[in-house]
Structure formats: structure tokens, C-alpha cells
Design a protein around this ligand. Structure first.
Ligand SMILES: Cc1ncc(COP(=O)(O)O)c(C=O)c1O
Length: 375
């Protein structure tokens, strides 16, 4: 079996050996052990979101993060409703696309990718359009690495009497989120991001009264969020084949998160990773796309150097051959590549990555000390 490479990506991420080992057994999906595993995971997720007081519910959904986003939008926005999506990157656009395909009335506000969603513009849009019932946005736009002001947006959306949905796919578990305090009604994240499990399911942390109020809204059978919750509540089971191995891995990942000092401990490691990355890349001559005040510790976009001998596919391939997997860019307004700093990776791994980048640049005969970057 070939060795795992280190993943500096937005997910799936590098996982610990112990998380991988937790999957090395089979578990019956109707077994009492499975039921108690699922119940424990749901409780821990509510605790991580600081909403274990009974007014929120944790719902696990098979599939990748997008499936859970689609489940939220398709199950919760009534046919009489209207969704506003505040967009500053690819994942915001994806939510709007899902709404459009589902036939949900949808207004999009598309902002600059390198600046956070402007709260005041959203406030004005809500004041001008009383038909809007729900507002959705992305917490950390992984397409660039920017963090959006969800607490301010939550306050604005609630002051306007609307429902607030947040895609916190790449941030939950890696940035502290007080879901009720930040007035988030529905939050979506997935198993293989900052909690450091493996892919296979995503989850929704949902305000129970609003979840119950969405009775009859579902536009899909398999993605029906309310039906999924009812089954989990009634008999502790999934409606359809659950990702048993991914759930076993997740339980182990949750224990490892706790051992690291919870979200605060993990956030500190990710911030240290990102700092080492920025120092190393700046020294090599790379420019970060975002201003430091908007940059998260989740993932960093670097502008592609305009050096005549720099070519990204070759740069990527050489790094991968050395065991380091980075990621292509996803910003639409600039040519970038991305380096993730989440997952089971540590400052020494980032140092090793920077050393590998230095070596690859040398092999490609690319000296960036005087190079200009693509705007
Ligand atoms: C912010 C955000 N939203 C949605 C997604 C989509 O998740 P998935 O690829 O698991 O469907 C991602 C994936 O990285 C993401 O970072």
C-alpha cells in the first residue's frame, strides 16, 4: 500500500492514524452500539456549537457537505418563501445554484471576493424586499479563505425578522461559533473538515422550532431534513444506509478534538500553521491574495507568480511527488492557488511543505524575489 501524502487542501483532509484505525471494524446499523454512537455524536455536535440547551437539534445527513446544504434549502424554504444569498465566493454561488434548480425564489447579492460580505448592504436589501424570508451565506469562503461577519449578519437578519442559514463547512470546529449567540438558525458543516473525520456525512445544527415549522416543505425524499431528524429521534437510526465506518472515525475524531483542548486548542494550532505558512511563503516571494485582516487560518490563497518558468500544473505535480498535496485556486477574480492549514497537520508539516516548495522552485529555476504576480 502506498504511503498517504500530506493534504494541504480544503478537504478531505489529513486524518490521524487513530481516526483511520477506528474504521477497521464493522458495525450493524440497527445495533444498540450504533444507536448509542449516533446519539453521542449528535450530543457532542450540539455542545461544540454551544447549543446543547434543548432548543437546537443535530441532524446527520449521508453524503458530502453539499448534500446537507441542499437538504437545508430544499426542506426549509417553503414554496411561498424567498431566499437571499449573500455571495463572495464559489460556495455562495453554489447555494444560489441549488436554490435555482429547486425552483426556490432566490435573490443573489454578489460582492467582491477579497472583502467580507458588507452587512449594511444586506440590511438595506432586507428592508427593501419584504418577500425575503430566509438569508444564507458562507462563514469561511473556502474558495479564497475569507471569513464573513456571521455574528453581525445574524443580528441584522434577526432584527429584520428573517431566518439565517450559514454554511460553516470549513470552519465549524476550527473557529469558535456560538450558534445561538450569533443568531444562526441553521448551520451546516461536514465530517471531514475541522473535526478531522473522514468523508461520508455532513450535519445540520438546527433551531428546533423552525425545523418543526418546516413541515411539508421538503422537495426531496432522501434529503428531507425533518424526516431524517424524526427517524434519528424516534429510533436513533438513519432512514437509509448510514456511513457506519465514517461515524466510527468521527467518534474518534471528536475525542481527539477534546484532547486538543476543544475548538480553542484546535484553532490555536491552525493559527500557528497559518502563521508558519505565511512567513515561509512571504520569504519565498509569494503574495497572499487576501489582506491579513480578512485572512482565516483555514486556507490561504496565493497569487500565481507571473514568472515565465512558473507553471502551476508542474509545480503541483512536483510537490505531489514529494508527498505534499496543495490545491488549485477557486477565486474567480484572480489567478491563485490555495494551501489549507486544517486537518491533522502541524507547524513542522508546514515547514516541510515550505522546504519542498523552495526545492521545487529551485528545480523549476524560478526565483520569485523580483517577480511580479498576476493581478
Ligand atoms: C464553505 C464550503 N461549502 C461547501 C463545500 C462543499 O462541500 P462538499 O465538497 O463536501 O460537498 C465546501 C467544500 O470544501 C466548503 O468549503
Amino acid at each position: 500500500m502506498s504511503q498517504s501524502k500530506l493534504l494541504f487542501t480544503p478537504g478531505p483532509l489529513t486524518t490521524s492514524e487513530t481516526v483511520k484505525q477506528a474504521m477497521l471494524r464493522d458495525l450493524g446499523s440497527r445495533d444498540a452500539e450504533f444507536v448509542s454512537l449516533v446519539s453521542h455524536i449528535r450530543r457532542r455536535l450540539l455542545e461544540l456549537g454551544q447549543v446543547a440547551n434543548g432548543s437546537y437539534e443535530a441532524i446527520l445527513m449521508q453524503g458530502s457537505g453539499t448534500f446537507a446544504i441542499e437538504s437545508v434549502l430544499s426542506s426549509l424554504v417553503p414554496s411561498s418563501g424567498k431566499l437571499l444569498v449573500a455571495i463572495n465566493g464559489a460556495y455562495g454561488h453554489r447555494m444560489a445554484k441549488i436554490a435555482t434548480v429547486l425552483g426556490i425564489s432566490c435573490k443573489t447579492m454578489v460582492f467582491e471576493e477579497a472583502t467580507p460580505v458588507p452587512v449594511e448592504r444586506v440590511r438595506r436589501a432586507l428592508a427593501e424586499d419584504p418577500a425575503i424570508t430566509h438569508v444564507a451565506t458562507v462563514h469561511c469562503e473556502t474558495s479564497t479563505g475569507i471569513v464573513n461577519p456571521i455574528a453581525e449578519l445574524g443580528r441584522t437578519v434577526h432584527n429584520a425578522g428573517r431566518i439565517f442559514m450559514v454554511d460553516a463547512m470549513s470552519s465549524f470546529g476550527g473557529i469558535a461559533i456560538d450558534i445561538a449567540g450569533q443568531q444562526i438558525d441553521f448551520l451546516v458543516s461536514s465530517a471531514n473538515k475541522c473535526i478531522q473525520g473522514v468523508p461520508g456525512f455532513a450535519f445540520v445544527l438546527a433551531r428546533r422550532d423552525l425545523l418543526l415549522a418546516a413541515e411539508g416543505c421538503a422537495r426531496s425524499v432522501s434529503l428531507d431534513l425533518l424526516a431524517q431528524w424524526r427517524e434519528l429521534e424516534n429510533d436513533g437510526q438513519f432512514r437509509f444506509t448510514p456511513p457506519t465506518h465514517a461515524l466510527l472515525a468521527f467518534e474518534q475524531a471528536l475525542q481527539e478534538l477534546e484532547a486538543e483542548g476543544g475548538v480553542a486548542g484546535r484553532a490555536a494550532r491552525y493559527a500557528a500553521n497559518q502563521q508558519v505558512l505565511m512567513n515561509g511563503m512571504t520569504e519565498l516571494g509569494f503574495d497572499a491574495y487576501l489582506a491579513p485582516e480578512h485572512q482565516s487560518h483555514i486556507i490561504t490563497s496565493f497569487r500565481l507568480p507571473a514568472h515565465e518558468r512558473f507553471d502551476f500544473p508542474s509545480f503541483y505535480r512536483r510537490l505531489s511527488e514529494l508527498g505534499f498535496v496543495i490545491y488549485a485556486g477557486k477565486a474567480s477574480q484572480a489567478d491563485c492557488f490555495r494551501v489549507g492549514t486544517i486537518g491533522h497537520i502541524f507547524p513542522q508539516d508546514i515547514r516541510a511543505l515550505v522546504a519542498a516548495i523552495r526545492r521545487v522552485l529551485r528545480e523549476m529555476q524560478v526565483d520569485l524575489s523580483h517577480a511580479v504576480t498576476h493581478p
